[in-house]
Ligand binder design. Structure first.
Ligand code: NCD
Length: 477
C-alpha cells in the first residue's frame, strides 16, 4: 500500500528526497528544455524553459485551490502538470467559489479530493495547508500558507543555487527583506541550514526580524550556531548570522562560531536573496524598506554573488540590475516548471524509478509527542493568524500541539508551527497547576494524557484549577 504523502513544509522532505527531486528536474530540463531561446534571451544567460511535454501524467488531474493572489506558483504548477500530459482544474477566485457562501476549507478539500489526484493550496492563514492535508484523501502541496511556509518556492530557490553554484554546502547566503512576514524565507532558512549553508540576515526594516520560533528551530533543530553580535556590529544592516556545522555530529568539534564566521565570510557572499515587504500581513501598510541595487552590490564581498528573489518585486530590487551578470531571479522563476514537474511526478508515482514512497527515509518522522486537549478549554495557538483562529475554519481544527521536551518545554502548534514558551500544566485529576516541565513527555510515561495546558494562572483559575505547591511558592516569592 502506498502511503499518502503531503508537502506542507520543506521539512516534510528529507535531504536525499530533495536531491532526487532535483535529479528528475534536471532530467526534464535536459530532455524537454527549449534551446530556441538562445541568443534572444536578455541578460547574461539563456532563460531555461521547458518547451516540450512528457506523457507520464496522462489522465491525472491537479487541482489548484488559491485563496490568495498568485502568478508564478499557480501558473507554473498548471504548466508543469500540462507538460506532464495531465490536466488541471483551478479555483483561484474565492469570491466565485463556495468559500464565498461560507464553505470551509476542510469540506472543500474533501470534495476536491474526489475530483483530482493532488491539490495545491494557497491560503492567507498560517497552517491552512496542514488543515487541508488532514481532510484530503490525495496529496496536498502547500503553495504558500500565510507567513508560515512556501516549500515549493524553496525547492526552486535551492535548485537555482545548485545550478548557479554547483553546491549548497558552505554557501554564504545573505537574506534581506521582510524576514517576519515572508513565508518563502522561513522554508528557505530551514533548508539552507539542513544543506549546510551559512546565513546572514538583513531585515528590510525594524520589526521585520526572523520570528523567534524560527530562530529557535535554526539553533536547536537545524544545527545552526549563532555568531555573536559583536562580530558584525559594524554592519548595521545585519541582525543575525548563523554558521552551520559541516556535519551535525561535528558540532562539538567545531571551532568557535566567531572563528568560523571569519573564515567562512572571507570568501565573500555567494547569494543575496531579496524579498518584498509583505504588506498584506502587516497592519501598517507603509514602511521604509531597504533596497538592493548596484550601490548595495558594489562592496567587493558581493563580487561573485548570485541575486535571487522569489518575485514579485515592488521596488526593493532595482530593475537596473536585470542585465547584471549576477541577476538570477528570472532564471529562478523559470525553474518553477521543471522542479514542480519533478515533485508532482514523484508524489503521484508517474515514473516507477522516481516515486517518493520508495525512498528509504520517507518523510521526516515526527520527533515530538503530539498533545491534544479539548478545543473549549486551556491554551490556544498564540499566533492570531493561525488557521485555528479562523471563524470559518476553526471548528475543523483540533487544539493540538507538539510537546517539545527541551529544558524549557515548548508547545508547537500542529498547524502553523508557532511555539509557545511559557505555559502551565494543570493536573486533570487533582485540579492543580504547575509550570510545565519536560518530564511530562518522558519516554514510557503517559503523563501528557493527565494534563491540560493553560496559558497563564488566570486561565487555569477560570477553569477551576488552583496553584500546586511550586506554583504557589513561585506566586508568593
Ligand atoms: C511569494 C509568495 O507568494 O510568498 N511569491 C511566489 O510564490 N513566488 C513571494 C511574495 O509574494 O513576495
Amino acid at each position: 500500500m502506498t502511503t499518502l504523502r503531503h508537502v506542507t513544509s520543506i521539512n516534510d522532505l528529507a535531504n536525499e528526497e530533495v536531491d532526487r527531486v532535483f535529479d528528475l528536474a534536471r532530467r526534464f530540463l535536459a530532455e524537454l528544455g527549449d534551446t530556441r531561446l538562445k541568443g534572444r534571451a536578455r541578460g547574461r544567460r539563456t532563460s531555461q524553459r521547458i518547451g516540450r511535454s512528457a506523457h507520464t501524467g496522462a489522465g491525472s488531474i491537479l487541482a489548484n485551490l488559491f485563496y490568495e493572489p498568485s502568478t508564478r506558483t499557480r501558473l507554473s504548477f498548471e504548466s508543469a502538470m500540462l507538460r506532464l500530459g495531465g490536466g488541471t482544474i483551478t479555483s483561484a477566485d474565492p469570491a466565485s467559489s463556495s468559500a464565498a457562501k461560507g464553505e470551509s476549507l476542510a469540506d472543500t478539500v474533501r470534495v476536491v479530493s474526489s475530483y483530482a489526484d493532488a491539490i495545491v493550496i494557497r491560503h492567507p492563514r498560517d497552517g491552512a495547508a496542514k488543515l487541508a492535508a488532514e481532510y484530503a484523501s490525495v496529496p496536498v502541496i502547500n503553495g504558500g500558507d500565510g507567513a508560515h511556509e512556501h516549500p515549493t518556492q524553496t525547492l526552486c530557490d535551492l535548485f537555482t543555487l545548485s545550478r548557479e553554484k554547483n553546491k549548497l554546502k558552505n554557501l554564504n547566503v545573505v537574506i534581506s527583506g521582510d524576514l517576519r512576514g515572508s513565508r518563502t524565507i522561513h522554508s528557505f532558512v530551514y533548508a539552507l541550514a539542513r544543506f549546510g549553508a551559512n546565513i546572514m540576515l538583513m531585515p528590510g526594516a525594524k520589526g521585520m526580524e526572523l520570528p523567534a520560533h524560527v530562530d529557535w528551530r535554526l539553533r536547536n533543530e537545524f544545527h545552526c550556531r549563532p555568531v555573536p553580535k559583536e562580530k558584525y556590529a559594524r554592519e548595521s544592516a545585519v541582525d543575525a548570522a548563523y554558521v552551520t556545522a559541516d556535519e551535525p555530529h561535528q558540532l562539538s568539534l567545531m571551532a568557535s562560531p566567531e572563528m568560523e564566521f571569519d573564515v567562512k565570510l572571507k570568501k565573500g557572499v555567494d547569494v543575496v536573496y531579496v524579498t518584498r515587504f509583505q504588506k498584506e500581513r502587516w497592519a501598517d501598510q507603509k514602511q521604509d524598506y531597504m533596497k538592493v541595487d548596484t550601490n548595495f552590490l558594489k562592496d567587493k564581498r558581493y563580487k561573485r554573488s548570485s541575486v535571487l528573489h522569489p518575485l514579485p518585486r515592488v521596488g526593493e530590487l532595482d530593475i537596473a540590475l536585470d542585465k547584471n551578470r549576477r541577476a538570477a531571479y528570472f532564471q529562478q522563476a523559470s525553474y518553477g516548471v521543471p522542479v514542480r514537474m519533478a515533485l508532482i511526478s514523484m508524489l503521484l508515482d508517474f515514473d516507477a524509478d522516481h516515486a517518493l514512497e520508495k525512498f528509504e527515509s520517507g518523510f521526516r518522522a515526527g520527533k515530538y509527542a503530539i498533545y491534544e486537549q479539548p478545543r473549549k478549554i486551556g491554551i490556544k495557538c498564540a499566533n492570531p493568524n493561525c488557521i485555528v483562529h479562523d471563524p470559518q475554519e476553526g471548528a475543523y481544527t483540533a487544539n493540538r500541539f507538539q510537546f517539545i521536551a527541551s529544558e524549557e518545554p515548548r508547545l508547537r502548534c500542529f498547524y502553523c508551527e508557532t511555539d509557545i514558551e511559557n505555559f502551565l500544566a494543570g493536573h486533570r485529576r487533582w485540579r492543580h497547576y504547575e509550570a510545565a516541565d519536560a518530564g511530562l513527555a518522558a519516554p514510557g510515561t503517559k503523563r501528557l494524557k493527565d494534563v491540560i495546558f493553560f496559558a497563564d494562572a488566570a486561565e487555569a483559575k477560570a477553569a477551576g484549577y488552583s496553584p500546586g505547591r511550586s506554583a504557589a511558592k513561585a506566586a508568593n516569592a
